[in-house]
Design a protein around this ligand. Structure first.
Ligand code: S3P
Length: 434
């Protein structure tokens, strides 16, 4: 897709049902492949990243049937994975790479994971180190003393360990829990700050022996049982772009149906409410994952302080929260945002570059090993030429900024949104009232 021209818009109005959650779609596919029999996954997210996970599972002998128009995947599994032919290409999906590394570490066959250039630059030691302590034989590409993809994994006998997370990462936690299913004894993961718990919830839903003990998550090996079908709730990370757009565009009113509201993921809602955002959770639905409809109205936002402990619950929403902060009254400080540097792109750099172009005062402060972002909201931003930096969330955030800008903007490489939300622009189109 060529550069997109974006005109400012007055407001957004209406009701939308957004695609299924990316994190939950990955997990549903992986656990369905380990449970003998058939599992139907409804509202599966057909984005580039989730398709990477499906292809890898298919390459390991799992029956994967895709019904794209119905947002449905049917998985048929013998409960056992087979050696793949050749390398498994993770393309740009960090979640697939890290979670599958945990899964593959405990298989009785050798494998190799590789990826697209952007993924080859992302840190893998955080997952290789604990898996190696479990006995995994993982050989990574070393550069400057650090571990990167491609990795080769030898068949090994794993044993459970008790691991205290060094980096707050749900991908790492998930890799260890998946490896724990194939390890001797118990595997325990302790987190200083709780990260998204979708793997724990999905493991329980599939009947795994998982419990909380002494503040840690403990899993034991054993077979999984398919619940028959899994319904994936809407992605709160995708919803965040629409929430911010409705909050900042004067006169907007929006209802988003059946969005996942797992408390480990709703930090952005809490922060936006604190900033003065009128967001109501209605028609709450219980299940293996909680969901609700979100009712959002235009609001006058003011700056806030986001603490380090809140970061895991809103890590993927930080780019669009930076847009909200730019349009709010007063100063916003985001403490301990350093993890943004190792996402699909360096999101502190990509968002600072773009927001500065839009006339926003944004800077960073590094002290005592912590990196903070400081944004001084001016209540307005200018239209400009924005760059995606190949990153879906930067592109989607700057699209929201462009809708709220005072002049016409453009955005390069809008197609990169396919990583998590291929229908992003068309959903917006339906809601925009010019
Ligand atoms: C994810 C965890 C987060 C998040 C990513 C998806 C997951 O990454 O940023 O988009 O599905 O577990 P980290 O585990 O690196 O924090």
């Amino acid at each position: 897709m060529k550069t997109m021209i974006i005109k400012p818009c007055k407001a957004i109005h209406g009701t939308a049902e957004l695609p299924g959650d990316k994190s939950i779609s990955h997990r549903a596919a992986i656990l369905s492949s380990l449970a003998k029999g058939r599992t139907e996954i409804r509202r599966f997210l057909f984005s580039d990243d989730c398709l990477v996970t499906l292809s890898a599972l298919k390459a390991m002998g799992v029956g994967v049937r895709i019904f794209r128009r119905e947002h449905r995947v049917v998985i048929d599994s013998s409960g056992v994975l087979c050696p793949p032919m050749g390398s498994l290409n993770m393309n740009e999906s960090g979640t697939s790479a890290r979670m599958l590394m945990g899964l593959l570490a405990g298989q009785g066959f050798a494998s190799r994971l590789t990826g697209a250039p952007s993924l080859l630059k992302r840190p893998m030691a955080r997952v290789i180190k604990p898996l190696s302590l479990m006995g995994a034989g993982i050989q990574a590409r070393r550069k400057g003393g650090k571990d990167y993809l491609p990795v080769s994994i030898r068949p090994s006998v794993l044993h459970g360990i008790c691991w205290r997370q060094e980096v707050a990462s749900a991908q790492v936690k998930s890799a260890l829990l998946l490896a724990g299913l194939f390890a001797q004894g118990e595997t325990c993961v302790h987190e200083a700050v709780m990260t998204r718990d979708h793997t724990e919830r999905m493991l329980r839903f599939f009947g795994a022996d998982l419990r909380m003990s002494g503040g840690g998550i403990v899993v034991k090996g054993g077979e999984l049982t398919s619940p028959g079908f899994v319904i994936v709730p809407g992605d709160i990370s995708s919803a965040a772009f629409f929430i911010v757009a409705a909050l900042v565009l004067k006169g907007s009113r929006l209802v988003l149906k059946h969005v996942g509201v797992n408390p480990t993921r709703t930090g952005a809602i809490r922060v936006l409410q604190r900033m003065g955002g009128r967001i109501r959770l209605v028609s709450r639905q219980k299940g293996y994952e909680p969901a609700a409809d979100l009712d959002i109205r235009f609001s006058r936002l003011c700056g806030t302080r986001i603490r380090s402990a809140e970061i895991p619950s809103l890590i993927d929403e930080l780019p669009v929260l930076m847009v909200a902060a730019s349009l709010a009254e007063g100063r916003t400080v985001i403490e301990g945002a350093g993890e943004l540097r190792v996402k699909e792109t360096d999101r502190i750099r990509s968002m600072s570059w773009n927001l500065k172009r839009a006339g926003v005062k944004i800077g960073t402060k590094v002290a005592a090993g912590r990196e903070d972002i400081v944004i001084t909201g001016s209540g307005g931003i200018k239209g400009a030429h924005f760059r995606s930096f190949g990153d879906h969330r930067t592109a989607m955030s700057m699209y929201v900024a462009a809708l709220a800008a005072s002049g016409v903007s453009s955005l390069d490489d809008p197609a990169c949104v396919g990583k998590s939300f291929p229908e992003y622009f068309s959903v917006f189109k339906h809601l925009i009232a010019r």
